[in-house]
Design a protein around this ligand. Structure first.
Ligand SMILES: Nc1ncnc2c1ncn2[C@@H]1O[C@H](COP(=O)(O)OP(=O)(O)O)[C@@H](O)[C@H]1O
Ligand SMILES: [Mg+2]
Length: 316
């Protein structure tokens, strides 16, 4: 929990304008197809995680960078109306706000077109400037898709203030990456990131649990590893659980990892023990795959519906 009136959870990461275009099929080269549905929304991994945290009832702040363009105005307006504290968002002069186009087919197949200019990546000084948000936070959620110097500054400022530091993604295999892991309390990897980071194929539940236990030794006290097409391994010093995917209709997996990480963070921040936090995270991911685009809707009984479908698996 945060101290005083400060936001409980501070998310450090990407903010973008998301354009989700649903089509019946991709056009061939030189061809054209009609767009069945166009949705424009606040997006980017950081914003999606912050939206999820706010929807789950946590006081949430976002640290990221947008341009000084109209797209920047629009995404910030949306973030504010989502109840997110955007005082730590930098408006970069003469920069264009990031744009992610998600072209989506009916079977859930997606293709992303990304325009993410380097000047809307976070710098160390952007993060330093948000010190007053980071130090009193209960949890600081840091995306490793941002430059590692900025990510490390965020993790260190969070740690100094006593926050739970949550890392999302694979750190570089260098001194900075090792320092990030040493500062982390929670570490979550999607399937691609896990295989890349561990340098091996992670084919099933046993692999996910084993890799998770190995990663515990590098610093964090809870590790979550996504096993492609199977489920999520969650391990902590005195226990572990493998939660299979929830049987649901997959519209678009985009942002399901972000919903997972956000829900895990909020649950731990609110005092849930690891097995319960893991279930909440998986329920949030399953809710997210039912929707087009990365923006979650975890309001109302969204989590309850998924938790009821989650096969009971006892932690070991
Ligand atoms: N049906 C489902 N039930 C539960 N979890 C799911 C389901 N489908 C996908 N997930 C989880 O969603 C996450 C997707 O993560 P990821 O690929 O990182 O998405 P993104 O990077 O777009 O947020 C994984 O942890 C995966 O296990
Ligand atoms: Mg991911």
């Amino acid at each position: 929990m945060a101290r005083g009136n400060s936001p409980e959870i501070v998310v450090v990461g990407q903010i973008a304008r998301d354009l989700v275009l649903s089509v019946d099929e991709m056009p061939a080269k030189g061809g054209a197809v009609p767009v069945r549905r166009r949705q424009e929304m606040l997006g980017g991994k950081g914003a999606n995680q912050a939206v999820a945290c706010a929807q789950l009832g946590a006081g949430t702040a976002l640290i990221g960078v947008v341009g000084d363009d109209q797209a920047g105005d629009n995404v910030l307006r949306q973030a504010r109306s989502d109840g997110i504290d955007v005082s730590g968002v930098v408006r970069r002069q003469d920069a264009s706000t990031g744009l992610i186009v998600d072209v989506l087919e009916p079977d859930g197949g997606w293709r992303y077109l990304e325009d993410l200019p380097t000047d809307v990546l976070l710098t160390e000084s952007d993060v330093e400037a948000a010190r007053s948000l980071l130090e009193p936070a209960g949890s600081v959620l840091v995306q490793l898709q941002q430059p590692s110097a900025a990510a490390l500054t965020a993790a260190r400022l969070g740690k100094t203030g006593g926050a739970r530091v949550v890392l999302d993604g694979a750190p570089a295999q260098d001194d900075r990456g090792a320092a990030l892991l040493a500062a982390a309390d929670v570490f979550r990897l999607d399937a691609k990131e896990a295989e890349l980071f561990c340098g091996e194929r992670i084919g099933g539940a046993d692999d996910g649990l084993r890799v998770g236990r190995e990663l515990l030794r590098s610093g964090p006290s809870l590790v979550a590893v996504d096993v492609a097409g199977k489920g999520n391994a969650v391990v902590w010093p005195d226990g572990q659980v493998f939660l299979p995917l929830i049987d649901t209709e997959v519209v678009d997996t985009t942002g399901a990892g972000d919903a997972f990480t956000a829900a895990l963070t909020v649950a731990l921040d609110h005092g849930a023990p690891p097995p319960q936090a893991a279930r909440t995270a998986v329920a949030a991911a399953a809710s997210s795959v039912e929707r087009a685009g990365g923006r979650p809707d975890l309001t109302g009984d969204a989590l309850r519906v998924q938790l009821d479908r989650l096969t009971a698996v006892a932690p070991t």
